[in-house]
Design a protein around this ligand. Structure first.
Ligand code: NDP
Ligand code: BG6
Length: 554
């Protein structure tokens, strides 16, 4: 392999395209890559960001500078780009990549490594144990930790110095280093962190600095707009990536293909045939050490306004003109604009017993850890079909799924004992699957009916295929686009932001518009959560609401 080869690298890049960094014709051939995880002491960083970086490291994706997309046309759809990835050109040596963790907690490099080590190997195949551990040890040597405040000059200067020392040691010229800042932080600290990065950490990388921000982007419509304004004053749009990791999940990515590449669904996917659609997120653990972040946001801002609403858009939208991000976004926005105001009687909020035992949660917290909300889409396709969005923590299982329930067959001639409604279930996790519940003849002499399934379980059907973690896909997409500015590449896709990692402004704000009135009523204590037991299904009132929305247990 020629992993250390610089062959194929180009120092001059085309000045075409709308990314200003494409104009940078003095780009060094030796620019190193620094990935800076802010909030490195937190839950997201340890459970998802570092493991995703490790997986990318193992697949040598962090050191691959250009992934040319060959098999799909321009503007590939979310994540599909990766399946079309071929023809890798240009490499960094693995020690030219460095990862910096930053947070307030005072810990050493080694202590941070100890916190994340276990999570790196969690999803790994135990049979390749020793190789995995060796790789993890090598990866962890690339990780350095700096402690500092989110609003103080000192910490960010230290961070800048640490990154710079690394860059100098790799002969990176000023202005040519790539720094990717990943904000694994509560949005309340974004404004000061944006400012600090801009003031103290961007001078040496100029326009080759990138910022990745997590959901929720703001707390309501007004704060999201203010945040957009603040980030927009400091960074060019081409430098900002807003991510929603649900868009990187395999079966979420599959939604467009499923709906628009199969004849079956086309005539059925509407109000004439579908009775209700549920989009459900359940977790069997509570807020566990994240009370400080969670209590300020609650389940609607944490899960429903972003993850579930993105899924809803892909389920409900019309066929886009093409797979370009702009066309997909246009269709999503139309769905969101068609959602009618939520009625209080179509909301059930819950809070699990014991939530307030967390010392970081105030005793009088009104924050919901569970919510069921019925959304109604006022358009030709969906009028009258309830979209039930449900999310909860500390429930009886961990699962995320979409349940599309069809109407009954008119004029039943079989006198089914149990009315068999067809239901199409897309299980996003765990164990990705799609199955269709249907009525069949009970095998045997008599003519009676029973419910059965057409089942496409990914583990069985795609044995040996490693399904990438959502964050792997998103971070890789960020790097693919990012790195591509260093090279001439005849593929237009490389000059555009991949959509996977883009949580678009417009649909983001539309989503806030839907939830803001209800969120303010919760914040003001006018809507209150009902207590539910940990390990339960949530408040019984939520199941009653589901029943009123017409859902029948099949
Ligand atoms: P955490 O509560 O773990 O916070 C991350 C870090 O931020 C903490 O370690 C802490 O670091 C710092 N922090 C926490 N609360 C505050 C505060 N009030 N003010 C200043 N700093 C604070 O959150 P997560 O890591 O779970 O989430 C971070 C972001 O990532 C959120 O926007 C969340 O929505 C998003 N996210 C989380 C996912 C997850 O699975 N956890 C998945 C997808 C997105 P220190 O005190 O050391 O500075
Ligand atoms: C995050 C939320 O966005 O998603 C967390 O902040 C939640 O509260 C997490 O636990 C769930 O992600 P996943 O991929 O495990 O379903």
């Amino acid at each position: 392999s020629n992993r250390s080869s610089t062959e194929g690298r180009r120092s001059s890049v085309s000045s075409e395209g709308d990314d200003p960094s494409l104009d940078n014709t003095n780009v060094s051939e030796t620019g190193s890559l620094s990935i800076i995880v802010l909030g490195a002491s937190g839950d997201l960083a340890k459970k998802k960001t570092f493991p995703a970086l490790f997986n990318l490291y193992q697949q040598e994706c962090l050191t691959t500078l250009v992934l040319r997309i060959t098999s799909l046309d321009e503007g590939a759809a979310p994540g599909i780009s990766l399946q079309g990835t071929r023809c890798m050109q240009g490499f960094l040596q693995s020690n030219e990549v460095h990862i910096f963790g930053y947070a307030r907690t005072k810990i050493s490099d080694e202590e941070l490594r100890d916190r994340i080590r276990g999570h790196l190997l969690q999803s790994k195949n135990s049979s390749s144990g020793s190789r995995e551990s060796e790789d993890a040890a090598k990866f962890l040597q690339l990780v350095k930790y700096i402690s500092g405040a989110y609003d103080g000059e000192e910490g960010f200067r230290l961070l800048d110095t640490a990154i710079y020392e690394h860059e100098v040691s790799k002969n990176t010229q000023d202005g040519s280093s790539r720094r990717l800042f990943y904000l694994a932080l509560p949005p309340s600290v974004y404004p000061s962190v944006f400012r600090m990065i801009k003031l103290f950490c961007m001078n040496k990388c100029r326009r080759l600095g990138r910022i990745v921000v997590e959901k929720p982007f703001g707390k309501d419509l007004k704060s999201a707009e203010a945040l957009s304004g603040q980030i927009g004053e400091l960074f060019g749009e081409e430098q900002i990536y807003r991510i929603d990791h649900y868009l990187g999940k395999e079966l979420v990515q599959n939604l467009l293909v499923l709906r628009f590449a199969n004849r079956f669904f086309y005539p059925l996917w509407n109000r004439d045939n579908i009775d209700s659609i549920q989009i459900v997120f359940r977790e069997d653990f509570g807020t566990e050490g994240r009370g400080g972040y969670f209590d300020e946001y609650g389940i609607i801002r944490d899960i429903i306004q972003n993850h579930l609403i993105q899924v809803l858009c892909l389920v409900a939208m019309e066929k886009p003109v093409s797979l370009t991000p702009e066309h997909i976004r246009d269709e999503k926005v139309k769905v969101l604009q068609s959602v009618v105001p939520i009625k209080d009687e179509e909301v059930v909020l819950g809070q699990y017993e014991g939530y307030k035992d967390d010392p970081t949660v105030p005793n009088d917290s009104n924050t919901p850890t569970f919510a069921t909300v019925v959304l109604r889409i006022h358009n030709e396709r969906w009028e009258g079909v309830p979209f039930v969005l449900k999310a909860g923590k500390a429930l009886n299982s961990r699962k995320a799924e979409i349940r599309v329930q069809f109407k009954e067959v008119p004029g039943d001639i079989f006198k089914c004992k149990k009315q068999g409604r067809n239901e199409f279930v897309i299980r996003l996790q765990p164990s990705e699957a799609m199955y269709m519940k249907l009525t069949v003849k009970q095998p045997g002499l008599q003519m009676s009916t029973t419910q059965s399934e057409l089942d496409l379980s990914y583990q069985q059907r795609y044995q040996g295929v490693q399904i990438p973690e959502a964050y792997e896909r998103l971070i890789l997409d960020t790097l693919v686009y990012y790195n591509s500015v260093y090279f001439e590449c005849d593929c237009i896709t490389c000059r555009k932001k991949c959509q996977t990692d883009k949580f678009d402004h417009v649909n983001h704000q539309e989503a806030w518009e839907i939830f803001t009135p209800m969120l303010h009523r919760i914040d003001d204590g006018k809507l209150k959560p009902i207590l539910y037991k940990q390990g339960s299904r949530g408040p019984v009132e939520a199941d009653e609401l589901l029943g009123k929305a017409g859902y029948m247990q099949t």
